[in-house]
Design a protein around this ligand. Structure first.
Ligand SMILES: [Zn+2]
Length: 341
């Protein structure tokens, strides 16, 4: 018997079929040096009001991406049963140990949740969380909104993101939400940086429409960009029939559709040192244009290494941490394919 087909060891008092608003926890069993028997509590809010779309909202897939966590903490507090049609499942801090430590990966097992699907009910905490999401939550829902940002290392132009998949119908239904999201960039990613182990792949396996975000980053909270993303999410939830009334105060903004390959459109550092960037978010760049210079603190007499863009495109993310290792991405670009309106 494959581990992934075994039942989850995560338990909850939540009842997904009950009308009303429930504020409770997912409990992930752990056994540590401090205690033999314990659980990690992951807060979950379930708001159900009769029939309608079933929707999962996720923040804190990565613990150092904060804007989405705040948006969903607010929705957990403020949304009422009357606001909702169908079922909203809200988890503001999915990888709870990473969220608590403000780090991308979990300090318990050093695992990146978004590279851990389909997970393992007998595995470490992060693997148990991934397994619970794929085996218990995704089969219950039609839509997932997975709110990311650039994290401590990167900054993005606020983007709503759809990944190409094998299922053209799912892809078409995801794309149909981007104009309503109305963020400055609508990013269409060819392939997936996480391959089969990402949440994207899990949603595709379960036939779930998924749109994610990249809101800002720097390990900070960018208020204006966060508000833009919150407004976009409220508009999209209304579009799919999940909210009973218009709750967004703003109409969607103009958006540029940008297509990029998951890994090939990154510019990587080819040395280890201090990276001095020579481009900005939103810049249009050409092949061989200088992306930045890498300085060598252990060899002050050496000329800095010049790192160059390889393809024409528009800069959609940049590295913001100065110390950079060989092989780390410093910029991501993509091709503008259309603008809306
Ligand atoms: Zn992320």
């Amino acid at each position: 018997m494959q581990h992934t087909s075994m039942p989850s060891r995560v338990w909850t008092e939540a009842c997904f079929d009950r009308d009303g608003k429930q504020a409770t926890y997912l409990s992930v069993p752990v056994s540590t040096n401090e205690t033999g028997y314990a659980y990690l509590p992951i807060p979950i809010t379930i708001i159900k009001n009769g029939d309608g779309p079933n929707v999962l909202l996720i923040g804190g897939n990565h613990g150092d991406e904060f804007e989405g966590q705040i948006i969903l903490l607010k929705m957990s507090r403020c949304l009422t049963v009357a606001d909702v049609t169908g079922t909203l499942i809200i988890i503001p801090g999915l990888n709870a140990p990473a969220v608590e430590s403000g780090t991308r990966v979990s300090p318990l097992d050093n695992a990146n949740l978004n590279r851990t699907f389909p997970g393992d009910p007998r595995g470490s905490a992060t693997r148990m969380i991934a397994h619970y999401v794929e085996s218990e939550l995704l089969p219950r829902v039609k839509y997932v909104f997975d709110l990311h940002s650039g994290g401590r290392a990167m900054e993005y132009i606020p983007s709503a993101v759809v990944c190409d998949g094998d299922d053209p119908d799912l892809h078409r239904r995801s794309l149909a939400l981007l104009n309503t999201f109305g963020l400055p960039v609508s990013l269409i990613v060819e392939g997936s940086t996480g391959g089969d182990s990402s949440m994207v792949a899990a949603c595709q396996r379960k036939g779930v429409v998924r749109v994610s975000t990249e809101i800002a980053g720097r390990g900070a909270v960018a208020k204006a960009q966060m508000d833009q993303a919150e407004q976009g999410l409220l508009r999209v939830l209304r579009q799919i029939g999940s909210l009973s009334r218009d709750m967004a105060a703003e109409p969607p903004g103009p958006t540029r559709y940008i297509r990029r390959h998951a890994l090939k459109d990154f510019v990587y550092s080819t040395g280890t040192g201090i990276f001095e960037p020579h481009a900005e978010l939103g810049d249009t760049v050409s092949p061989d244009q200088l992306a930045g210079r890498l300085h060598f603190t252990d060899d002050p007499w050496r000329e800095p290494l010049e790192i160059r863009f390889k393809k024409p495109g528009t800069v959609i993310f940049k590295r913001v941490l100065a110390r950079t290792h060989f092989g780390e991405s410093v910029f991501g670009t993509g091709d503008v394919v259309k603008t809306h309106p």
